[in-house]
Write a protein that binds this ligand. Sequence first.
Ligand code: MN
Length: 202
Amino acid sequence: MNPLSRRNAIKTIVLTTGALATSGALAQPAATPPEVFKLPALGFDYDALEPHIDAETMKIHHDKHHAAYVAKLNAAVAKEPSLATKTVEELVTHLDTAPENAAVDIRNHGGGHFNHTLFWQHLKKGTGGPQGDLLKALEQNFGSFAKWQEQFGDSAMKVFGSGWTWLVLRKGRLVIENLPNQDSPLSTGGQPLLGIDVWEHA
Ligand code: MN
């Protein structure tokens, strides 16, 4: 190899290596975690629940708060990729066996994502109240639908700070439970049927 061609060879290697380094950097955008979990659509217009819940509250709640829970849960997945193979329901249900570096994120942001997803699905105006098996179960466990409404409302008034009041199916019975922050009945073996988000909507 003559000196000139060796210089060309070195130049080529430097350029190629530089190009590889550049394309490698472009292929790994550092600040954008994978979108494993997605913000579900609200399913109705922001003003659909007025005058009970105003459009602005719905918009802030869905587009800002719920979106932030999803984004932070995705950031947790970026740190702990094993989370990506589970549904949010599985993650929150098995909080006790969560990887140590992800447990707090699952509890807060996974809980926030799951709880709000359930919440949007249950909001509806003018339904006329529960019927069939749910009505029977409410009557058996609380005496009547009106009594359940009263107990559920009383319980929600007792939530201190931020939290939820839940109607939970636990060991075959319907119970009303208050939980702080974004904790979910799922994490203690209960099946949440209906939740009211207290504090932010109060
Ligand atoms: Mn909320």
